[in-house]
Design a protein around this ligand. Structure first.
Ligand code: NAP
Length: 516
């Protein structure tokens, strides 16, 4: 069985075996790896990153840090097949699911490497133009400057994207000039561990720039200091516990939270055939990719009354054609959920949804290549809300699996917006339609409730990207129950790791001093 160690203080360290968690193959339930953090000195690990990794990264220019990201991307890409296999064994990923995660990771690192080339041979970034502070013609000016925070970026990630989760956060922090301590979710940590091992073995990063904590978080948060920053992805309750941790509050450490979300998709009335086709294609993908375990997955489906029958029938057919089973079989579209706990949570959530919604489609039949009774499988389920306007589980309970609920509506922006807003803030919303007035009014009505809106009309329908695909160019995060955080978005993704300082004085002198 694979023992997953932690990489702290530039050394691989194993925690006490007596406190080890066991990672399993969710298809067979066989144990595959162990991880323990018990007895590890996390205070010393953070101190090492602050004193060794931080200065080394801050000495580099953006272009030099970008070259490190490009090298990381290449080294990880070279291990793509091994990582895909780990995704199958430890997370129940089909080949397509694991590729989505791993290629998302390497693509994001490469995107930030490109951005770094544009930022060039500088160590600081100016935020806006110089501002005159007084009478016209005075030399007195102010300039906002962005400098790397001098602590550690603590990255606590969810189980569903062990590759991309590491890379999207590390790319931004390292490029900003902050060392990283990454803590993947224990249940699927093997893939993250392998990626860090590849990067360490290749000797890409300066000493102290990257640390890995594999297993329980232990007393990590008791050691945070004011210059640190925390980026968390996971459940809302855990996010709340981190945000309200006494040491985090006292030290004033900024916390970015990416939590759960009941993302909605809206089909506008009178959409062209190509638009409706993209809507259905994307919906099926969002429900079944990674067995629905995506924070950006679609949970609520708004369809005008007159299109409801067509949508139900088409989507049910697509779901019925979705082969569920052992992800090792290339014919299988959807594997199991990642853990027994996730399966239990999905079943409980589904029962809650059924207090407000009827089942329209329920996957059935034998699982491909799976021993009967084994594995943490959840077949696709499509529901329809009895009263779409009633607050409650349909707008509140995120079933982290291949489950979504139809909400019929009258085809007006007003009603669509009222329903979507019941979700209280989402990572991503999507609009499918060809009526320009509808699309404009819907963007204005829904924009403030989302981190990202994906608009698909007939002209882009064949090339449109499904809404769950997070692009590094645009922000990822959302208001309200989605956590209120923001990550990525090109240079915006560096903000958590930078201190903005207003430098005030002799304007021309300051401009010269900050030139590089
Ligand atoms: P989770 O149970 O909240 O765990 C997330 C991470 O927090 C794990 O690394 C976990 O470690 C750690 N953790 C647990 N208790 C902690 C504590 N008291 N202090 C500090 N860290 C702690 O979430 P999950 O089950 O892995 O992920 C599923 C949820 O994440 C879903 O609700 C999904 O919507 C959300 N999610 C959101 C996004 C987004 O970008 N918004 C992306 C993916 C997933 P252990 O694993 O060791 O317990």
């Amino acid at each position: 069985m694979q023992v997953l160690t932690s990489y702290l203080g530039d050394r691989w360290q194993a925690g006490d075996a007596a406190g080890a968690a066991t990672l399993v193959n969710p298809t067979t339930e066989a144990p595959v790896a162990t991880a323990s953090t018990r007895g590890l000195d996390l205070g010393a690990a953070l101190a090492h990153a602050r004193t060794v990794g931080g200065p080394a990264l801050r000495a580099l220019t953006f272009a030099e840090r970008g070259a490190l990201l490009a090298a990381m991307s290449k080294a990880i890409h070279a291990e793509r097949d091994a990582l895909i296999e780990i995704g199958r064994i430890n997370a129940g990923n089909t080949r397509g699911d694991a590729k989505f995660d791993v290629d998302g990771a390497t693509g994001t690192l490469m995107y930030y490497a490109g951005l770094a080339r544009e930022l060039g041979e500088r160590r600081t970034l100016l935020d806006g133009e110089a501002l005159t502070l007084g009478r016209p013609g005075t030399r007195l000016q102010g300039q906002h400057v962005l400098l790397p925070r001098e602590g550690v970026a603590l990255h606590i990630n969810a189980f569903n994207f062990p590759a991309w989760g590491l890379a999207e956060k590390a790319a931004c922090a390292l490029l900003a000039g902050m060392p990283v301590l990454a803590k993947p979710a224990t249940a699927t940590a093997w893939m993250t561990w392998h990626m860090v091992k590849v990067v360490v073995d290749a000797g890409i990063l300066p000493p102290g720039a990257l640390a890995l904590l594999t297993g329980s978080v232990g007393d990590l948060l008791d050691h945070v200091q004011p210059a640190d920053a925390i980026a968390f992805t996971g459940g809302a309750e855990t996010g709340f516990a981190i945000r309200s941790h006494p040491r985090v509050l006292r030290a004033g450490v900024p916390v970015n939270i990416e939590a759960d979300s009941l993302n909605a998709t809206v089909l506008a009335p009178d959409a062209e055939d190509a638009t409706v086709d993209a809507f259905l294609r994307h919906l099926h993908k969002e429900m079944t990719q990674k067995a629905g375990q995506k924070c950006t997955g679609t949970r609520r489906i708004l369809v005008p009354h007159d299109l409801l029958g067509e949508v139900k029938e088409d989507l049910s057919r697509r779901l019925a054609d979705t082969l569920v089973g052992d992800p090792a079989d290339d014919a299988v579209h959807m594997g199991p959920l990642a853990t027994a706990g996730q399966q239990k949570g999905a079943r409980e959530g589904l029962a809650q949804l059924q207090t407000q919604a009827d089942v329209v489609f329920q996957g059935e039949g034998p699982l491909v290549g799976v021993e009967p009774g084994r594995g943490y499988f959840q077949r696709p389920v499509l529901l329809q809300a009895r009263d779409p306007h009633a607050p409650g589980p349909v707008h509140d309970v995120e079933v982290f699996g291949p489950v979504a609920t139809l909400l019929p509506y009258d085809g007006t922006v007003e009603e669509a917006a009222a329903l979507v807003r019941l979700g209280q803030g989402s990572l991503v919303g999507s609009l499918y339609g060809d009526d320009r007035a509808f699309l404009r009014d819907a963007i204005l009505a829904l924009g403030a409730h989302h981190g990202r809106l994906v608009v698909t009309d007939a002209k882009v329908a064949d090339q449109a990207l499904h809404p769950g695909l997070v692009m590094p160019h645009l922000t990822h995060g959302g208001p309200g129950r989605a956590g209120g955080g923001t990550e990525l978005g090109g240079p915006r993704g560096l903000a958590l790791y930078q201190q903005r300082v207003g430098v005030q004085g002799n304007g021309p002198l300051i401009a010269k001093l900050l030139d590089a």
